[in-house]
Design a binder for this molecule. Structure first.
Ligand code: SF4
Length: 316
């Protein structure tokens, strides 16, 4: 067991234990849109979202699923001698594609050799029974683990409205309950430094994700991209951002209140290159990760420390 594993349940170690070796995620970018942009759930998108829909880490969308997977697989194989992979549909709202295109893309990915799982990023209000039934078929036929990544960002539904998510907490809970019936794992994305959230919201985030037995969490810090609604608000001086010290404290409080079984995929996001007004306090993500881990060691604290004392953890 390494250091970070004793502090929190970290993803790399979890994958290593589950599959017997390191597993690498291969990002896939599909040209798509989002119901929060085209008027179905909302218009304009989330106030922090740029045109890339969070797909900035991936390859261009004109490449096919197979081409993207093969290119990324080759890179990871050469650089890290990787043998096992998860196909990761990351940008935009992947289940918002027409069902037939969604199916074609998933089948194409499932053909990749050495694949152990498929991870699909989407919105809570875009996961239908048809998608889930189809994914069940793929999982069984191809013997793959399927996980669904749901953007939530915060459980504070007033903040969800302010950031124009186009859904509330209720849709997230409904989606989680539906996905769980199919036995798929769920990852929730949370931003811990939203300007309208305080420490109580941070704790409530952890408690609600614990009660729902969410399998994975990706924490992000809010980055601000030019030419977004949030970018304009930032320039107008309408948003107050917390400092790095407070972010570190919030991550620790979140982890303390989260059930120990939930696996942490990220403590802080990376943010896109360029075009930024604010990102991670001009500090690299790995430096922030180190600061959090060192502070946790100093405080002799760990994931679940407070959750274990809570009524909801024991179901009393
Ligand atoms: S749901 Fe995702 S893709 Fe859609 S606007 Fe929000 S951040 Fe962008």
């Amino acid at each position: 067991m390494n250091d970070s594993q004793t502090l929190y349940n970290n993803y790399a170690d979890y994958l290593q234990q589950k599959y017997g070796e390191k597993v690498y995620k291969l990002p896939i970018n599909l040209a798509g849109t989002c119901p929060n942009r085209d008027g179905v759930a909302g218009t304009g998108g989330c106030i922090f979202c740029d045109e890339e829909g969070s797909g900035f880490e991936g390859l261009p969308t004109y490449l096919s699923v197979k081409e993207q997977l093969n290119t990324n697989k080759e890179f990871f194989t050469k650089r890290f001698k990787a043998h096992k992979f998860i196909a990761y549909f990351q940008a935009f709202t992947n289940t918002y594609l027409p069902l037939e295109s969604f199916k074609e893309n998933i089948w194409a990915a499932s053909e990749l050799e050495d694949l152990v799982g498929i991870s699909i990023s989407t919105r809570p209000d875009c996961v239908s029974e048809d998608h889930l039934l189809f994914l069940k078929e793929v999982a069984e036929k191809k013997q793959l683990d399927v996980s669904i990544e749901l953007g939530l960002q915060t459980v504070n539904y007033h903040t969800l409205k302010k950031i124009n998510r186009g859904h509330t907490l209720a849709e997230f809970i409904e989606s989680v309950l539906r996905i769980k019936k199919y036995g798929f794992e769920i990852c929730a994305h949370i931003i811990l430094n939203l300007p309208w959230d305080n420490e109580t919201d941070v704790i409530e985030n952890a408690k609600i994700l614990s009660v729902l037995e969410i399998d994975y969490v990706k924490l992000h810090s809010l980055y601000i991209v030019k030419d977004t609604v949030l970018g304009q608000m930032y320039k107008n001086g309408e948003v107050d951002l917390i400092g790095l010290d407070e972010y570190v404290d919030r991550v620790i409080i979140f982890l303390e209140n989260l059930r120990p079984e939930t696996v942490i995929q990220r403590l802080v996001g990376k943010g896109p290159q360029g075009n930024l007004l604010f990102c991670n306090w001009d500090t690299s993500w790995w430096r922030i990760k180190n600061i959090i881990e060192e502070k946790m060691k100093g405080l002799s604290t760990y994931q679940g420390k407070s959750a274990k004392r809570s009524y909801y953890y024991y179901g009393e």
